[in-house]
Design a binder for this molecule. Structure first.
Ligand code: PGA
Length: 250
């Protein structure tokens, strides 16, 4: 298998600069012999601090969002140019909190995806269904729409810089995890969607992370699934005690 495991920590709106620095430094030490690909995504205000600590290490620097425009009159937004300036390499887009709390739709997310890719960023595009959508039997329809619309106009060359994160919304921050089998079924389906859009090779290569209450005690079982290539970790990424065992799962 040509795919590698990719473990990402989404720190969401947590930590001061000092706390971010402390965690980043601890992760640099703990993960330096780690075998997988790693990323941490601090709050915008802590990116510069964390950037200085992880530069040149095996941990990539992520941001949790970006504006859909390069610059201009966009009060409260942060530009891809500003993120690039701080050394950000990867941008998480379409996170369920952006979709459902801040009402970002597929068209807006697609605009951000294309802008970020055009500036040379790697993008983690998050998709996933709400509980009521799962209960109504609409998991595949929702995940397919979010994938297809999120990637509209993205070339096959740019797809090489896209990671998909399947995060069932009902599993995020709730302590409920999809069973490895349930998650695997959706990952396999999403890979088929990518294969249909971009061809066999692209479908085989694309990294699909799972997110939603990933913990040290469920990480290995999830990663053992054929189509699960890593994790996007929220709550458990805020402490070395919980993130390091996930990052070093075996
Ligand atoms: P969680 O969050 O691990 O706290 O469920 C995952 C995410 O939102 O990316």
């Amino acid at each position: 298998m040509s795919r590698h495991y990719y473990i990402a920590g989404n720190w969401k709106m947590h930590k001061t600069r000092a706390e971010s620095a402390e965690l980043a430094q601890a992760l640099v030490n703990e993960l330096k012999d780690g075998k997988h690909k790693y990323l941490i995504a601090p709050s915008f205000t802590n990116i510069e601090t964390v950037s200085a600590i992880i530069e040149g290490t095996n941990i990539r620097l992520g941001a949790q969002n970006c504006a859909p425009e390069e610059q201009g009159a966009h009060t409260g937004e942060v530009s891809v140019l500003q993120l690039k300036d701080l050394g950000v390499q990867t941008i998480i887009l379409g996170h369920s909190e952006r979709r459902h709390v801040y009402k970002e739709d597929n068209a807006l997310i697609n605009k951000k995806v294309k802008l970020a890719l055009s500036k040379g960023f790697e993008v983690i595009l998050c998709i996933g269904e709400l509980l009521e959508e799962r209960e109504a039997g609409r998991v595949e329809e929702v995940c397919e729409t979010q994938t297809v619309k999120g990637l509209e106009g993205v070339s096959i060359e740019d797809l090489a810089n896209v990671i998909i994160a399947y995060e069932p919304v009902w599993a995020i921050g709730t302590g409920k995890t999809a069973t490895p089998q349930d998650a695997e079924a959706v990952h396999a389906f999403v890979r088929k969607v990518i294969t249909r859009l971009y061809g066999e090779e692209a479908g085989k290569k694309i990294i699909i992370q799972y997110g939603g209450s990933v913990k040290p005690d469920n990480a290995a079982q999830l990663m053992a699934m054929e189509n699960i290539d890593g994790a996007l970790v929220g709550g458990a990424s805020l402490k070395t005690d919980t993130f390091v065992p996930i990052a070093k799962f075996s």
